[in-house]
Ligand binder design. Sequence first.
Ligand code: FE2
Length: 189
Amino acid sequence: MTKKQRIRKETAISMLKNDHQKVKGLFEKFENTSSSKAKQKIVSDALMELKIHASIEEEFFYPALRQEMDDEEGLMDEADEEHHVAKVLIAELEAMRGNEYHWEAKFKVLAENVRHHIKEEEGEIFPEAKKTAIDFVALGTSMADMKARLIREGVPRDAEAKMVGKRGLRGDSPAKKAQQKLQVPTKAA
Ligand SMILES: [Fe+2]
């Protein structure tokens, strides 16, 4: 077997785990970087990684799991919602340049959401998935093909990107109420 063939034999689960390591590394790098130029590059790399990762999961991995896995707890529904929240933040970050108010906060919250999601996938979903009869080598091959295509051609706009585009959300935050000036009641000294 040549090296190239061995790479193509990567299972769906090991492929997703490698992606997880990669994005977690980018989150750490962001936290340890102070240059805003470097931060912008890290965010743009992380957004691309996450979009590709979510697309291949939603196209192959999640549908296969939904059909074959025993999911009494509703893990897959929760995973869908975590993808949704992440994709809204990704769409907002993509519409920003990186010097706006809330840009950094938005990316940090995205990182927290994704770290939590990774923990649930690796800790709860993957162990259940491994109990099924799914051929993760064959599934991994389809996922690797799709990944290569998305890297080549780009990731199509998803429903969240269209939603954010339509609402014309500004870069800061829709939670404007929390930023109003308030007559703050304080305790007597
Ligand atoms: Fe996921």
